[in-house]
Design a protein around this ligand. Structure first.
Ligand SMILES: Nc1ncnc2c1ncn2[C@@H]1O[C@H](COP(=O)(O)OP(=O)(O)O)[C@@H](O)[C@H]1O
Ligand SMILES: [Mg+2]
Length: 449
């Protein structure tokens, strides 16, 4: 029997150090990459548990930007991997920034084999613990399988749904449009003892007022013009199952009174009928309106409000669910890749920033649509902000180094433009020497012809 060794990826451009490390870590299955491209390929192919990464990668040996890019890209591709960053011994500040960016730990050169061994052992150990935890979560969360949630507030909502499911408590889910009220209602029904019977939904905002009563309670033959045969309403169809009153805040006042009566007596009468039909349903409501406000304005009955809000569950908007945005983005990417037979592997680091900082006014519905469309627009392996139809948000680059770099770069490009790429004129304009300007142009990859 072969036991699989844990996988370690070493990203280091110094060949000597590369092989030294490779030999030293023979208890792991070691992969080596000398630059960012090789690293990304190795991550995709091998999904290493732990990554040991040099922060100074080519072509930016002296700087750290390439190393930071590498960390971001890996964290968006394989967020579970534990990245340990190696820095120069005086580079504490960048080491800390790397950790803030998603690296797991850092290590300052020169290499001391024993210390590095310990750090790596701990990283592998934590990776394994988390992996086991993920596996358990997946089985445990089974019934809420269609609900992607990682944000603490949403996990709380999910736990509440789990707890409420076995009961008959009337729940009302509140939250902006597209936050997942319907998805959660389905989960609630699936987890409940009523799951062998139907979940019947009625959208109170979509049914014209004059048809609402018949739609809810059904009608007898001849009850009104066009009532050709006895017809069941939604309430009756949900018998022994769950009745979902979506957009309950849009229910006309007249109907509110009839609904209240049904909720109190648990019987209905079809339109044009005399017979009282006993009904056993679990009722779940949803709305994007503030029902309490509406009771004060007199547009929603207070007694009905208290009847349906035995338990009120607020679903936070996506912009507040920081833990969920990328999780959902990756979920939809996977889902639509499968549907389209495409193989787009992720998001560019800049798209990751955009997804995280955009306010998502249409919530998850908007995200789903944007990602669905982006897969059609995307002609590369990674989805960009442009593909998503979003502009990358400058404010996410609010760290001084990056701001300085961007400002420097655009000033140089402007100076070169104004002087028709005359280096000595441009350097005068910028107030630097020619060699300095050359260095900067090299640093920022600015090529003049
Ligand atoms: N937590 C979630 N995980 C996965 N998909 C979700 C989640 N929440 C919402 N969605 C998806 O987003 C869209 C809108 O959700 P929906 O439940 O209809 O929102 P609401 O009823 O609040 O307007 C649906 O396509 C749904 O599948
Ligand atoms: Mg809805």
């Amino acid at each position: 029997m072969t036991t699989e060794k844990p996988k370690l990826l070493i990203i280091e451009d110094d060949k000597g150090l590369q092989s030294q490390l490779r030999w030293h870590f023979d208890q792991y299955e070691v992969f080596v990459a000398g630059n960012r491209d090789e690293a990304i390929t190795a991550v995709r192919l091998n999904e290493p548990a732990v990554i040991l990464q040099d922060l100074g990668l080519p072509p930016d040996h002296e700087g750290v930007e390439e190393g930071f890019h590498c960390i971001r890209e890996i964290s968006s591709l394989h967020p579970d991997a534990k990245i340990i960053v190696m820095t120069g011994n005086a580079d504490y500040e960048n080491a800390v920034r790397a950790v803030a960016m998603g690296a797991y730990d850092f290590y300052q050169k020169p290499v001391n084999a024993e210390t590095l061994d310990l750090i790596l052992q701990r990283a592998f150990h934590i990776y394994q613990l988390e992996e086991r935890h993920r596996a358990e979560e997946e089985t445990r969360q089974g019934p809420l399988q269609d609900v992607i949630a990682g944000d603490p507030a949403m996990l709380k909502v999910c736990r509440m749904i789990e707890k409420l499911a076995p009961s008959n408590v009337t729940c009302t889910l509140t939250g902006e449009s597209g936050t997942g009220k319907e998805v959660l209602t389905k989960a609630l029904h699936r987890l409940s003892p009523r799951n062998k019977k139907r979940l019947v939904a009625i959208n109170c905002a979509a049914v014209p007022e004059n048809l609402m009563e018949a739609e809810l309670f059904g009608y007898e033959k001849g009850a009104f013009t066009g009532a050709a045969k006895r017809t069941q309403g939604k309430v009756e169809m949900a018998q022994e199952g769950t009745l979902f009153l979506d957009e309950i805040g849009d229910m006309p006042l007249v109907l509110q009174a009839k609904l209240l009566r049904f909720l109190q007596e648990r019987v209905i009468e079809r339109v044009g009928g005399r017979e009282e039909i006993p009904i056993d349903v679990r009722v779940v409501c949803a709305t994007n309106k503030n029902l309490l406000e509406m009771t004060k304005e007199g547009t929603f009955r207070e007694d009905l409000y208290y009847r349906i809000c035995e338990m009120e569950i607020h679903i936070p908007p996506l912009r507040e669910r920081h833990g969920d945005k990328l999780l959902l983005a990756r979920h939809f990417l996977k889902m639509y890749n499968k549907q389209n037979g495409s193989n787009i592997s992720g998001f560019t680091p800049e798209a990751v920033d955009t997804i995280d900082s955009y306010a998502w006014p249409g919530n998850i519905r908007e995200m789903e649509n944007r990602i669905k469309r982006s897969l059609v627009m995307c002609d590369d392996k990674l989805v960009t902000s442009d593909d998503l139809g979003l502009h990358s948000n400058e404010s996410t680059f609010l760290n001084l180094r990056q701001v300085r770099h961007q400002a420097e770069k655009s000033a140089i490009i402007r100076a070169l433009g104004m002087t028709e790429s005359n280096i000595s004129a441009a350097s005068k304009l910028l107030g630097v020497t020619r060699p300095t300007l050359y260095d900067l142009m090299k640093k920022y990859n600015i090529i003049v012809n």
